[in-house]
Design a protein around this ligand. Structure first.
Ligand code: GAF
Length: 382
């Protein structure tokens, strides 16, 4: 509410009129199912209470004016008929790219005056980009009265990210930002795009710990992992690793390069863990959840090789505190960023203390701790 008021007041100051509407789209945390989305597999993310907001007013012409509060108050103006990639202002590309995809289906849309503000910690694997794309698409669809449902919006956001921004991501982040549900995680089948929500048991919080390891080489390593997975699927002459079983993989181990074998092993075992996690969550079976999250982390560490020593250490410390009453693993694309701990509320203080006592002493870095809840996907605030 405070953020809505703040962004509305800044809109009035900047454009000297009231906005027609304010939209919000959340970031996300992934409980399990990492790098499985672009292998047509399963993921189990939740939308979180960090996100991006836009206050907007429809214009009668094809101009878009933007004030970006959290990018040093930078402004940008462009025409819907001239959407070019900006080398200078990276944030503008999420707006231009998303509108560009929308224009391909709805070429007649009008421009808008916008104020943008976001509080998803950037570059930490909590999907600030997807939340930005979703809020732009929802805003323009609503202003122009277009029938754009959450799944279509997510596909458009992914296309903007793939084709305009240049990151070859899967569909998870955009889809949960659009279709998440308060207090629930979401099991998404990334092939059919069917999803179901699973209640996060009462008394459990999503504790996200930012390692503050800057994510180096993330784009190139992400794209390399993707190519390795595609190579593995091709070896089996299957459309995606979703279609390969562990038994088939083990039989072929001698005929696969060691890194291709390991990448495939992570994806195949992670898909199985993710569907098992849905069952465990629905049964409030934290012991199984704890085991699955621990195995997922090890698989990301040893087979997919996307963790860092700092993330491994955070997982180690938190795991000792949680025992089998909760689960912890790295979350997101990897190579830095955050771990997620599904934590009973009565252990949050202890988790915090163990991190404060040990993490900086060992790594020289200070971790940031965000105690989050699962929220609804993109919605109109005003
Ligand atoms: C990033 C991507 F954007 C997602 O599509 C997903 O692949 C994730 O990394 C890893 O699970 O967030």
């Amino acid at each position: 509410m405070a953020r809505t008021q703040m962004i509305t007041e800044l809109f009035i100051q900047h454009y000297h009129c009231q906005p027609d509407q304010v939209f919000h789209a959340p970031g996300r945390v992934n409980l399990i199912g990492e790098h499985t989305d672009y292998n047509d597999g399963f993921v189990l993310p939740a939308a979180i209470n960090f996100g991006t907001d836009i206050a907007a007013k429809l214009r009668s012409d094809r101009t878009v004016n933007v004030l970006a509060i959290d990018c040093n108050g930078e402004t940008n103006s462009f025409s819907l008929d001239d959407l070019q990639f900006s080398q200078q202002h990276m944030w503008v590309n999420y707006i231009r790219g998303s509108i560009g995809v929308l224009l391909a289906t709805y070429p007649e849309i009008k421009g808008a005056d916008l104020v943008v503000s976001g509080n998803v910690p950037q570059g930490t694997g909590l999907s600030s980009s997807a939340s930005f794309e979703m809020v732009v698409l929802k805003t323009f669809a609503s202003l122009n009265k277009l029938p754009l449902d959450g799944v279509k919006a997510a596909l458009m956001g992914q296309k903007a990210e793939n084709d305009f921004v240049g990151c070859n991501c899967g569909i998870m982040d955009q889809l949960v930002s659009a279709m998440g549900k308060a207090d629930h995680a979401m099991l998404l089948d990334c092939r059919s795009l069917a999803f179901e929500h699973a209640l996060i048991p009462q008394g459990m919080s999503l504790v996200i710990v930012n390692s503050n390891v800057k994510r180096g080489l993330v784009d190139s390593e992400y794209n390399t992992r993707r190519k390795q997975c595609e190579a593995a699927a091709k070896h089996f002459q299957k459309p995606a690793l979703r279609d390969v079983t562990l038994i088939e993989l083990e039989k072929e181990q001698a005929n696969l390069a060691p890194d291709i074998y390991k990448r495939a092993k992570h994806i195949i075992t992670e898909n199985a863990r993710t569907t098992q996690a849905l069952v465990a969550l629905n049964a409030n079976d934290m012991e199984t959840m704890s085991d699955l999250m621990a195995k997922s982390h090890l698989s990301m560490k040893d087979d997919f090789e996307i963790t860092t020593s700092e993330l491994d250490f955070l997982v180690e410390i938190i795991d000792v505190t949680l025992g089998n009453r909760g689960g912890v693993r790295m979350t997101g694309g990897g190579f830095g960023g955050c771990v997620v701990a599904l934590t009973p509320d009565d252990l949050i203080a202890e988790v915090r203390t163990s991190i404060e006592e040990q993490y900086q002493a060992k790594t020289g870095l200070q971790a940031d701790i965000y105690v989050c809840v699962a929220v609804d996907g993109a919605f109109s605030v005003k």
